[in-house]
Design a protein. Structure first.
Length: 375
């Protein structure tokens, strides 16, 4: 027997139950901590992505809306132009939010009959194309369906365009409240270009066929127009909030043919204030007391004659975020659990689900008026 390597019994004893349980508990604690960190990071990442999406939509929606708004200043002059359709007049800007009734089924023409401070506002814009216009060369009088004009700039009109004619450029002093500024909509059904015997473009606006907007009346336009009146192509847009999907409210734009498009998602409210220059001496600057935030349908013609600015506020709301992201401060929680008060609309009621909310605001001054033609 070799005594150099004495026999030693091999230790085959494993972990005890207590040791296994302790190891399992330690591992579970480590996994729980890692899972908590992962979930927190995921929540924070999701909240930041949702917040970034909301802000991008707010910026784009406000920029798009304000870009359309700035176009109309060129024809505001001293007052919003009054446009006649089906015996009802409306201005280049209309702001209200309720009692919408269509004049003609299937079109976006309509009339606002009321105002409600508890719902989002609406804005309708008549946007003139000031690049492509013409001048009336002979006085127009109803019930004629023909008018003669000369094209000054831009592309030619085509049959089926929605056109506006206004006398607003014929006045020496457009700020004089005694001036009668008005306009009519019509659609050219026939356009005859200048010929050797007739240097003018002759436009015929017959009712019926060739008028997809159904705006031409059988007895011609509602007003007489002197030579020099402006004819230009226009677009009509209405901006409003669509909350059909309560999870993703949207800022929408509708055109005159009732076609809608989404401008920006995650916009739950739009509020408008009109700047009326009313404090003497009138200086075209709007101070706090001159902002009108409610009851737009009750504004008088005298007030609208001094419309100089519009303030637009969009309230954005994210998807539902983790409650832990809302914080614990009672004052801070309002922006997560309720819609904030904006203009004349009071804050919303507290809810049990948290959102991130922000308000983006921009003021448009209507000062890009066309220069008055000199004699």
């Amino acid at each position: 027997m070799n005594n150099h390597f004495p026999f030693r019994q091999i230790n085959r004893r494993g972990f005890s139950l207590v040791e296994s349980l302790v190891t399992l508990v330690v591992m579970l604690l480590i996994l729980a901590g890692a899972t908590t960190v992962f979930v927190k990071n995921q929540q924070a990442t999701g909240a930041h992505i949702s917040l970034a999406m909301m802000r991008a939509n707010l910026r784009f929606g406000l920029n798009t809306l304000c870009s359309d708004m700035r176009q109309i200043g060129a024809y505001l002059r001293g007052a919003p132009i009054s446009i006649k359709k089906a015996g009802v007049e409306f201005g280049l800007i209309e702001c209200t939010n309720t009692n919408w009734t269509q004049w003609i089924a299937g079109t976006g023409f309509g009339h606002y009959g009321g105002y409600d401070a508890t719902i989002p506002d609406r804005i309708r814009i008549v946007e003139p194309d000031i690049i492509n216009d013409a001048r009336l060369r002979q006085q127009y009088d109803p019930p004629s369906s023909q008018m003669k004009a000369v094209k000054l700039t831009g592309e030619e009109f085509v049959e089926g365009d929605l056109l506006l004619i206004t006398n607003s450029t014929t006045f020496d002093n457009p700020w004089d409240p005694g001036n009668d500024v008005f306009a009519d909509l019509f659609v050219p059904t026939t356009i005859q270009g200048p010929q050797s015997s007739n240097p003018f473009t002759e436009i015929t606006a017959n009712a019926g066929a060739g008028d997809p907007y159904n705006v031409n009346a059988p007895n011609g336009l509602a007003h007489s127009y002197p030579a020099g009146s402006t004819i230009l192509k226009i677009n009509i847009y209405e901006y409003y909030i669509d909350a059909t999907d309560p999870e993703i409210p949207r800022l929408m734009r509708r055109d005159v043919l009732n076609r809608t498009e989404e401008i920006a998602a995650f916009v739950e409210d739009m509020q408008v204030a009109l700047g009326i220059d009313s404090i003497l001496p009138l200086d075209n600057n709007i101070t706090g007391a001159e902002w009108i935030t409610t009851g737009f349908t009750t504004l008088t013609e005298a007030q609208l004659n001094n419309l100089r600015a519009m303030r637009i506020s969009l309230t954005g709301r994210t998807m539902v975020v983790a409650e832990s992201m809302a914080g614990s401060d009672a004052g801070a929680r309002d922006v997560y659990y309720r819609r904030p008060a904006v203009e004349d609309r009071a804050a919303g009621a507290a809810t049990s689900v948290p959102y991130f909310r922000e308000v983006y605001r921009e003021t448009i001054m209507f000062r890009n008026l066309r220069p008055v033609p000199q004699n």
